[in-house]
Design a binder for this molecule. Structure first.
Ligand code: XMP
Ligand code: MG
Length: 183
């Protein structure tokens, strides 16, 4: 599949599975008490977070509900500007709910920073972030991220939900693209 397009594997399928299980234990631990009377609400950011969201939901040993949001950050195909537009909003009110945003990747952190402000204004009982991947630049901005799967180098990655021109989302691992693909 995608013969020759993938230059290297950064995070294997096994790595992802093990890390997801590890994060699930931490999250379940942190939320067990708070979510005894109302289910944890996972908010996934479409489309990149879909694979991680569904695997995380199944790994979590506590009841969760799923909501999705789609946003677009104006900018080029491979970098964001921080100006965000909602393409699809949540279907339900999140007031007084314990909300965990599930992200595929935090790069500059601009998208997440906007999303946190937006969701915070809706009055959730609590708001936290779980991301599978984080790039070095994200560490420079002041966005609190409670759960991080992997810190990765500053390279464009695809797979496991992440795309280049809508392709490669279906790969079960995270890899880098051969430069010839961009050309
Ligand atoms: P910021 O910079 O706002 O960007 O944190 C977050 C969004 O940018 C996309 N993004 C990537 N998508 N491979 C991708 O397929 C990457 O390496 C990459 N880096 C950033 C992604 O949509 C993310 O939610
Ligand atoms: Mg994308």
């Amino acid at each position: 599949m995608y013969d020759g397009d993938i230059a290297s594997t950064l995070v294997t399928e096994d790595d992802i599975r093990a890390k997801t299980a590890e994060l699930a234990v931490r999250i379940a631990d942190d939320y067990a008490e708070r979510c005894a009377t109302s289910d944890l609400l996972l908010v996934g950011v479409l489309k990149g977070a879909v694979m991680f969201m569904t695997d995380l939901a199944r790994a979590l040993p506590l009841p969760v509900q799923l909501e999705f949001m789609a946003v677009s950050s104006y900018g080029s195909a491979t970098s964001s500007s921080g100006v965000v537009r909602i393409l699809k909003d949540l279907d339900r009110d999140i007031a007084d709910r314990h909300v965990l945003i599930v992200e595929d990747i935090i790069d500059s952190g601009l998208t997440l920073s906007w999303l946190l402000k937006n969701l915070e204004s809706r009055g959730p009982a609590s708001l936290a972030v779980c991301t599978l991947l984080r790039k070095p630049d994200a560490v420079k901005v002041d966005v609190p991220v409670q759960y991080v799967g992997f810190d990765i180098p500053n390279e464009f990655v695809v797979g496991y939900g992440l795309d280049y021109a809508e392709r490669y989302r279906d790969l079960p691992f995270i890899g880098t693209l051969d430069p010839a693909v961009y050309a």
